[in-house]
Design a protein around this ligand. Structure first.
Ligand SMILES: Nc1nc2c(ncn2[C@@H]2O[C@H](COP(=O)(O)OP(=O)(O)O)[C@@H](O)[C@H]2O)c(=O)[nH]1
Ligand SMILES: [Mg+2]
Length: 458
C-alpha cells in the first residue's frame, strides 16, 4: 500500500524525489551531487586531520575503548576505514567493502580500483555503530609531489566522503597546528562550502607544558586557519585530549576544560542523526535547485541555439538558391542558343543546363560548407560567452524582487558543467519540460514544508 505523503520522513521524501527526477536529471545532463538518499542509512561522521593527530585514538574512544583502529606516532593507515555495525566482526577491502555499504556510497566506485584498494570496511559489534557510521582517514601529509604518495584522487575521494557525511571532524595537534600542506588544501578545496558541518579540533592538549605553550600552538592554528577559511570569523575550535596509552598520568596543565570539550564533541557525534536530516534536506535543496536551474536554462539555451542554427542554415540555403538561380539565368542568357533547334534538342539542352546548375551549386555548397560551419560555431561561441546575460534574462522576475544571492551562487556552481553540456550536447537537450520544472518546484516546496512539520511521522 502506498504511503501518504505526510507520513514520509524527510529522508524518505528526499529519496522519493531523487528517484522521481533521475531521468530528467539524465536528460538534462545534470549529475546529482548525491547519488540518492536511502532512508535507512545511518548518519556518518568523517574524521580528517594530520597523521598522528589522534583520529584513530578518538574513534577507539568512541567505540568504548576497543582497539579497533591501529594507533601510533608513525603513519599507521594509508587508507579510508569505514566502521559499521554488525554481529560478526569482519574486515573487507575493495569492491566487496563497497558492497557492504549503503547504496549512497556507490559513487565511490568512480575513483577506480586503486582507490578501492585503499577502502576498508570494518564490521564491529559496538553500540555507537548502531547509531552512526564512522570513517577514519589517512593522515594528511606535507609533500610537494603528492602523486608520488597518493596514487588515486585523494582530494576527490575526501570531497565525496565529506558530501556523504553529516559531520566532519578535522583534527590538529600541537606538533603541526594547521601547518600541514594537505590539511590547508583540504579546507580550501574539497571541504569548501561545507563549513556548516565541519568541527575543528585541536587534540593532545594534555601534552602542553604550560599555558604559554598552549597559547602559542592555539595562536599558530588560528593564524593558519585564517588563511584557509574564507570566512570573517573563525569557527569554534574544540581543544581536547583523548584518554589513551600516551596520556600523561599528571599533565603539566589543568585538563578539565579539555576533557569537557571532548564531551561536547562526543555529544555532537551522538546527535548526528538530527544533523543527517538537515544535511539530507540541504543536499536535496542544493541538488534540486541546481537541477531546476539546469532545466530552465537548458530549455532557454536549447531554443536559442537551435533558432541560431536554423537562421544560419536559412541564410546558407538562401545564398545557394540565389547562386543556383543566377547560374541558371546566366546559362539561359549566354549559353547555347536554342532558338533554331528541334524541340527534342531544346529539352536535352534544358536538362543539361539544369544538371550543370545543380552540379555547380553542389560544388559551391561543398566549398561554402566549412565557412557556414565556422559561422555557426562562431555565433554559438558568442552565445556561450553571454551565458550570464541569459541567466539574468531568464531569472529577471526573481532577481527583480530580491537580490537572490542563492540563485546567483547556484548559477556560479552550475555554470562550468552547464557550459560543457551546451558545447557538446545541446542538440540532445529536451525541447519541452516546463511542466516538469513546475512539478519539481512544487515537490521541493513540499519537501521543505514536510521537514518543518515536527509531527509528520505516523
Ligand atoms: N597524550 C596524548 N596522546 C594522544 C592523544 N590522542 C592520540 N594520542 C597518541 O598519538 C599517537 C597517534 O594517534 P593516532 O590515533 O594513531 O593518530 P592518527 O594518525 O591521527 O590516527 C598515538 O600514539 C596516540 O596514543 C591525546 O589526546 N593525548
Ligand atoms: Mg590513524
Amino acid at each position: 500500500m502506498k504511503k501518504q505523503k505526510e507520513s514520509y520522513t524527510t529522508e524518505e521524501f528526499a529519496s522519493l524525489l531523487y528517484e522521481r527526477y533521475r531521468t530528467d536529471a539524465e536528460r538534462f545532463f545534470y549529475p546529482y551531487k548525491r547519488t540518492g538518499v536511502s532512508a535507512e542509512t545511518l548518519p556518518c561522521i568523517l574524521f580528517l586531520g594530520n597523521h598522528s593527530s589522534g583520529k584513530s585514538t578518538l574513534i577507539n574512544f568512541l567505540l568504548g575503548g576497543l582497539a579497533v583502529q591501529d594507533t601510533g606516532v608513525a603513519p599507521t593507515d594509508d587508507g579510508f576505514t569505514v566502521l559499521v555495525y554488525g554481529d560478526v566482526p569482519r574486515e573487507v577491502v575493495g569492491d566487496s567493502a563497497l558492497a557492504l555499504l549503503p547504496p549512497e556510497y556507490a559513487r565511490l566506485k568512480t575513483f577506480g580500483t586503486t582507490f578501492l584498494q585503499h577502502l576498508r570496511v570494518k564490521v564491529t559489534k559496538c553500540d555507537i555503530l548502531k547509531q552512526c557510521i564512522l570513517i577514519d582517514s589517512p593522515g594528511m601529509i606535507d609533500v610537494r609531489d603528492r602523486e608520488i604518495i597518493r596514487d588515486y584522487n585523494f582530494f576527490g575521494a575526501i570531497h565525496s566522503l565529506a558530501e556523504l557525511s553529516d559531520l566532519i571532524v578535522m583534527m590538529f595537534d600541537p606538533d603541526k597546528p594547521g601547518t600541514t600542506g594537505e590539511s590547508i588544501e583540504v579546507l580550501t578545496g574539497p571541504l569548501s562550502g561545507m563549513t556548516f558541518k565541519l568541527r575543528l579540533l585541536m587534540n593532545k592538549c594534555d601534552l602542553f607544558a604550560n599555558m604559554y605553550d598552549y597559547a602559542r600552538a592555539y595562536g599558530a592554528l588560528c593564524w593558519n586557519l585564517a588563511h584557509a577559511l574564507p570566512i570573517k570569523d573563525l569557527p569554534k575550535i574544540y581543544n581536547c585530549c583523548v584518554p589513551c596509552g600516551n596520556s600523561k598520568a599528571e599533565p603539566d596543565i589543568d585538563i578539565k576544560d579539555f576533557q569537557q570539550s571532548l564531551q561536547d564533541i562526543v555529544g555532537q557525534i551522538s546527535h548526528a542523526s538530527e544533523r543527517r536530516k538537515d544535511n539530507v534536506l540541504a543536499a536535496a535543496n542544493n541538488d534540486f535547485s541546481a537541477l531546476g536551474m539546469q532545466m530552465r536554462m537548458g530549455l532557454r539555451l536549447r531554443k536559442f541555439l537551435s533558432n541560431n542554427f536554423l537562421s544560419k542554415l536559412g541564410l546558407y540555403l538562401l545564398l545557394l538558391l540565389l547562386l543556383a538561380g543566377s547560374g541558371f539565368i546566366l546559362f539561359n542568357t549566354y549559353g547555347v542558343s536554342v532558338r533554331d533547334l528541334s524541340s527534342t534538342m531544346k529539352i536535352v539542352i534544358f536538362s543539361l543546363q539544369c544538371l550543370a546548375t545543380v552540379g555547380i551549386t553542389v560544388v559551391i555548397a561543398r566549398l561554402l560548407y566549412p565557412a557556414f560551419r565556422a559561422y555557426v560555431n562562431y555565433s554559438e561561441h558568442q552565445i556561450l560567452e553571454k551565458l550570464d546575460e541569459h541567466f539574468d534574462q531568464e531569472y529577471a522576475d526573481e532577481l527583480l524582487t530580491l537580490s537572490r544571492d542563492d540563485l546567483r551562487q547556484c548559477w556560479e556552481t552550475l555554470k562550468p558543467n552547464f557550459r560543457h553540456v551546451l558545447t557538446s550536447h545541446w542538440r540532445q537537450l529536451p525541447r519541452f519540460a516546463k511542466r516538469k520544472i513546475e512539478a519539481l518546484a512544487q515537490d521541493v516546496a513540499e519537501l521543505n514544508d514536510s521537514a518543518r512539520t515536527p509531527t509528520r511521522l505516523c
